[in-house]
Design a protein around this ligand. Structure first.
Ligand code: AMP
Length: 303
């Protein structure tokens, strides 16, 4: 069946409008960004479902309505009456963005609390996409529940695609982050790390070392992003390939560079492309996304 599920947390985003005393409201999150780009790039016979948990309050309703309006499937979103979605506020200070978060009690932290619900969400999908942020926000027991469900999904022939998206501040410790991320990558058909983060937290000396480490952890294939640097690929046979990236002439905002790359990569593979073609397509999309403000850039998508 032509169905992708993206699993993670989407938050409300509050940002200054420039008019004193008013804020503008949007929705964002790494796995949502990827789902949004996938939805716009994949043909209409594909279903893109978002899997998360939200509340039953007005703000949660607005998020679900937003996803519906973007044609992202909401059937598998759990509604928890005692919770609401996380929020963050973006402040611009001298051109630098700083963030304030209210997410410690968000509904999404419970997205893997119920095995049956997870199984239903995954049933019949061909690809499950998730990230290290999805993993970080969960309680320890729920992390294992989700990994186990994805392992069963993979055993049935589903493909698990994982972006480690290392965010040490979301984890109880750097050691816990390294351990869980390595475990999660081990069940992936495709792992999509960013070398700069990986070098900081795993000490990889170059992108090839990042790719090899994840393959050793069990990921079948790895594509390592490296900002404006080339993409390093390890295929299912362990063959290394390098794909050049055209460095952007102007970088306006790198938000969602990695998320859009991942979507461009997946869409190109689903259209029959090779790993190298998929990496080029991902880099081309991400290169356009960073040329405009914000995470979701409609004009970055070629039609
Ligand atoms: P990163 O997560 O920073 O490695 O970036 C993800 C992807 O965004 C990279 O693989 C590139 O395809 C793209 N990207 C990031 N920065 C640049 C840049 N300065 N110029 C062109 N592409 C970039």
């Amino acid at each position: 069946m032509k169905r992708i599920v993206s699993i993670g947390e989407c938050m409300g985003e509050l940002s200054e409008t420039g008019v004193p005393g008013t804020l503008s409201m949007g929705f964002a999150g790494d796995t949502l960004n990827t789902a949004w780009y996938l939805r716009r790039m994949l043909p209409g016979d594909w279903t893109v479902d978002y899997v998360t948990a939200v509340g039953t309050d007005g703000l949660s309703n607005r998020l679900v309505e937003y996803l519906d309006s973007e044609r992202i499937g909401t059937r598998h979103i759990q509604r928890l009456s005692d919770k609401t979605i996380g929020l963050y506020y973006i402040e611009l200070k001298n051109g630098e963005r700083s963030f304030t978060y209210w997410r410690s009690d968000s509904a999404a932290k419970r997205l893997a609390g119920d095995v049956e619900t997870l199984e239903q969400a995954l049933a019949g999908a061909s690809i499950a996409y998730w990230s290290g942020i999805t993993l970080a926000i969960l309680a320890q027991a729920d992390r294992q529940t989700l990994i186990d469900a994805l392992m069963r999904f993979a055993a049935r022939g589903g493909k698990v695609i994982f972006d480690p998206n290392l965010r040490p501040r979301l984890w109880e410790s750097a050691d816990a982050m390294r351990e869980w991320i390595t475990r999660a990558a081990g069940i992936a058909d495709l792992c999509l790390p960013s070398h700069e983060d990986e070098a900081s937290w795993f000490g990889d000396r170059d992108a090839e070392a990042t790719a090899k480490r994840y393959r050793q952890a069990g990921a079948k294939r790895v594509a390592v992003k490296n900002g404006p640097g080339e993409i390093s690929l390890l295929d299912a046979d362990g063959q290394l390939a390098i794909v050049p990236v055209q460095p952007a002439a102007i970088v306006v905002d790198t938000t969602a560079a990695g998320d859009s790359f991942n979507a461009g990569f997946m869409a190109a593979e689903l259209a029959g492309g090779t790993m190298a073609q998929a990496a080029s397509a991902g880099a081309a999309l991400a290169g356009r996304v960073i040329g405009a403000r914000g995470a979701l850039v409609p004009q970055a998508i070629e039609v």
